[in-house]
Design a protein around this ligand. Structure first.
Ligand SMILES: [Fe+2]
Length: 321
């Protein structure tokens, strides 16, 4: 696997020193917008007017409700019952050498929601066999800049993964994480692409910034991509599936929805937090020629509980027709 030197591709290569793998490689306007939006979302008074719900403290009310109903501990236990799923992906344009290529897909780790999430993940990840790992955003619920605890968790996770870990940022992820992620060894794709090579054949792996909250996903880099090649897109949420299909992307990997996290019996999500059809809220889906997979994620957000929506890690087995 090798970084391409084309301007449309990630502008780093393994020989560059770590200091260069930083915010300075990003477009200045993009960075300003990202930091400005993060500031707004951190300070809700700037974006929200007074509302009754801010007085009701819905998080506390919901926690109390689940505790009084005797469901809270069951929901908490559910959030630790991590599933390993295997997904066969048939891709028309997959090069022959990539037949059987395995992508480990993690998403929505929210490692700061409970101290045992990292342990559960480490246990499950150690024995897995795969070619590359991808993480489709939301490492934490509340990242704190230069927090040793957060950095240690990122390190611990990386130590149980293979060297090739490609990630995109989610709606909970701060751009401040970028230098730390890259210094550890994660390859962060922010509206960028890389070539994944196998012998003399390659596919394109690209990643965009969070399309859900920040909406700074930008496909400009796609202009100089060889459209005849098979390509895989990483995005935090499924919400840009139409653009991806229009660009001729073959496989779209994402998360964000937590599969609904708290669902009705039968797995019907009460809230999906996405602007897309319900068939795209979890698992595999199709839109025209685009094949997609929305991970239910391994973590939780808002409340540390799950019902009828299992946390997951997934291995995608790529197969050619
Ligand atoms: Fe998210």
């Amino acid at each position: 696997m090798k970084f391409a030197s084309n301007a449309a591709f990630l502008k780093i290569d393994p020989q560059q020193d770590n200091d260069q793998l930083s915010l300075s490689r990003l477009d200045e306007n993009y960075l300003k917008k990202r930091l400005g939006l993060e500031e707004q979302f951190k300070n809700p008074n700037l974006v929200k007017k007074f509302s009754i719900s801010s007085l009701l403290k819905p998080k506390k009310c919901l926690t109390r409700f689940f505790k009084m109903a005797g469901l809270y501990h069951k929901g908490l236990a559910n959030s630790f019952a991590l599933n390993l799923n295997e997904n066969n992906v048939l891709l028309k344009r997959l090069p022959r050498k990539f037949n059987g290529f395995k992508i480990l897909h993690l998403s929505d780790l929210h490692l700061d929601m409970h101290k045992y999430y990292i342990e559960v993940l480490k246990q499950s990840l150690r024995r897995l066999d795969y070619d590359i790992c991808v993480i489709t955003g939301d490492f934490f619920s509340h990242y704190k800049k230069e927090s040793r605890q957060h950095d240690c968790l990122l390190n611990e996770l990386f130590n149980v993964l293979s060297d090739q870990v490609y990630v995109v940022l989610g709606n909970h992820d701060s751009i401040d994480m970028l230098p730390t992620l890259e210094n550890i060894g994660y390859k962060v794709l922010i509206n960028e692409a890389v070539h994944i090579n196998r012998e003399n054949q390659s596919i394109i792996l690209s990643g965009v910034d969070d399309p859900h909250l920040f909406r700074l996903n930008d496909f400009k880099y796609y202009r100089s991509i060889d459209r005849t090649k098979c390509s895989v897109l990483l995005a935090h949420s499924p919400e840009i599936y139409k653009q991806a299909a229009y660009l001729g992307i073959d496989l779209y990997l994402c998360g964000h929805t937590h599969g609904g996290q708290i669902c009705l019996p039968g797995g019907f999500p009460i809230v999906t937090h996405t602007r897309c059809p319900r068939k795209m809220v979890k698992g595999s889906w199709k839109y025209n020629d685009l094949v997609g997979y929305t991970s239910s994620g391994s973590g939780v957000s808002y409340l540390p509980i799950r019902f009828h929506s299992k946390p997951e890690i997934c291995i995608h087995h790529l197969k050619s027709f």
